[in-house]
Design a protein around this ligand. Structure first.
Ligand code: GLN
Length: 476
């Protein structure tokens, strides 16, 4: 079955692009009606593109490899909806830098994936369109906000996908869907063409089922881009070529993390991972990140503040949705935004506007930035002593639809282990560590030094040789 193979192997064996696409297309036809990962499905068109590649001599690192793209990344000629009514009919006029790079390397885009509206959420339930289901059990959420991308890979409908991560939106759904997800160092990947949520935290990153594929995709999308002033001018290592299993590392476990309420099965799975490390020449020790307890409050000041500013452009005048009846320009703004945005987005805009308003700016936003720097410093200091820091990716396995919808704080706490990494601007990967007795995936997170994604990938590779999670195929 071709859809079980790694992209790297399909490339190595020079399987015809149309054969690859057909395998994933069949799988999509079987599962997509139940899972609903895609806002825009372009498999048929992708098949034609794949056919056209069949007669060419392979060129490009992802020649003929299907890929799914989160619907907040612009692809010229296709809608970029951000799963919002506001942008439901907005057609992109340009390619994001990551898309340009994918096309250059011969990748074939098969669809735009569902997400929480404007990437705000942890379950994909805040999509304005429909719910995406977890590929391991349809009664459970796929995580979020990149739930569609994670579910499409978790269901083997595509070997690779892109998501975005502001506070955990790649890692948490990766963990919930039993796949690998990597948030690169801030600045590693260009954000040009990504619809901004919280610009100082947002990063685009890869999903895959095999470490080698994730390494390959990261290598393709990374690099300095003059069009994104925050993209870093640092060399991009040949992540996939350099990949080697590596466990002889100094590993830190923050004691503050372990004092949170963690589900029993998640904790067991994490301990099992720690044991694997210890059995394979890693030195594991407890470390302390004293200010990490402020990560969630700090994130929920900085992210909404930046979101309220970034989303000011959706006013019914420039692009997207516009209300039907209005008597003046103020009513046009107010009604458009009231009708176009969903409840979570409105909550964030209100929070963000409040913390930025005069008189409160210093007390909230200013203070939050100061604590962010403190958290970052604590991570950097800790990483002078250890090579990586580990934790569960999420404190719980996937939860049921509706379970956290009426309790925003409990939804926010789903990201307790992931948000601090964005505040510290560091890279982190989530890898599948096992299943609950009910068959729901569990993941562990590995956090590394700035621009040292290689170590994360090398450790992930060592783990999958020991626990080949990609051999488990979802069957719903
Ligand atoms: N769940 C977090 C939020 O709602 C993170 C989202 C993200 O990383 N885009 O903001």
């Amino acid at each position: 079955m071709l859809y079980k193979e790694s992209a790297s192997k399909l490339l190595e064996e020079k399987v015809k692009p149309s054969e690859i696409l057909e395998a994933f297309l069949r799988r999509k036809e079987e599962l997509e009606p139940k899972i609903r990962a895609y806002v825009t499905d372009i498999y048929e068109k992708a098949y034609d593109s794949a056919k056209a590649l069949d007669s060419q001599t392979p060129k490009g690192k992802l020649f003929g490899i299907p890929i799914a793209i989160k619907d907040n990344i612009n692809i010229e000629g296709y809608t970029t909806t951000c799963s919002s009514k506001m942008l439901q009919n907005y057609v992109s006029v340009y390619d994001a830098t990551v898309i340009r790079k994918l096309k250059q390397e011969g990748a074939i885009i098969v669809g735009k994936t569902n997400m929480d509206e404007f990437a705000m959420g942890s379950s994909t339930e805040y999509s304005a369109f429909f719910q995406t289901k977890n590929p391991w059990n349809l009664d459970f959420v796929p995580g979020g906000s990149s739930g569609g991308s994670a579910a499409s890979v978790g269901a083997n409908m595509v070997p690779l996908a892109l998501g975005s991560d502001t506070g955990g939106s790649i890692r948490q759904p990766a963990s919930f869907c039993g796949v690998i997800g990597l948030k690169p160092t801030y600045g590693r990947v260009s954000r040009y063409g990504l619809v901004a949520f919280a610009s100082s935290l947002d990063q685009i990153g890869p999903f895959g089922r095999y470490t080698k594929d994730v390494a390959l995709l990261l290598e393709v999308i990374s690099g300095h881009d003059p069009k994104d002033s925050t993209s870093a001018n640092v060399e991009v290592p040949a992540f996939s070529k350099n990949l080697k299993p590596r466990t002889e590392l100094k590993v830190g476990i923050p004691k503050e993390f372990m004092s949170y309420k963690i589900d029993k099965e998640v904790e067991e799975s994490f301990k099992n991972f720690v044991k694997f490390l210890e059995d394979n020449k890693a030195t594991v020790k407890e470390i302390s990140l004293p200010h990490i307890e402020y990560a969630i409050p700090v994130y929920y000041i900085i992210a909404p503040a930046e979101a309220s500013s970034n989303l000011a452009r959706f006013d019914g005048v420039r692009y997207g949705y516009r209300t039907k009846d209005f008597k003046d320009i103020f009513e046009l703004y107010a009604k458009t935004r009231d009708e176009g945005f969903g409840p979570e987005v409105k909550r964030r805009i209100m929070l963000g506007t409040y913390v930025l308003s005069s008189g409160y700016y210093e007390a909230y936003y200013g203070k939050a930035l100061a604590v962010k720097n403190l958290i970052k410093k604590e991570f950097l200091d800790a990483l002078k002593d250890v090579d990586v820091i580990i934790s569960p990716t999420s404190p719980t396995p996937p939860f049921r639809f509706g379970e956290k919808l009426n309790d925003p704080i409990s939804m926010y706490l789903s990201d307790i282990f992931t948000v601090s990494v964005n505040l510290a601007e560091l890279p982190a990967i989530s890898i599948p560590s096992g299943f609950t007795k009910n068959g729901l995936p569990i993941g562990v997170q590995i956090i590394g030094r700035a621009f040292d994604e290689q170590t994360l990938l090398d450790l992930s590779y060592a783990w999958e040789l020991n626990y080949p999670h990609y051999d488990y195929i979802s069957n719903v």
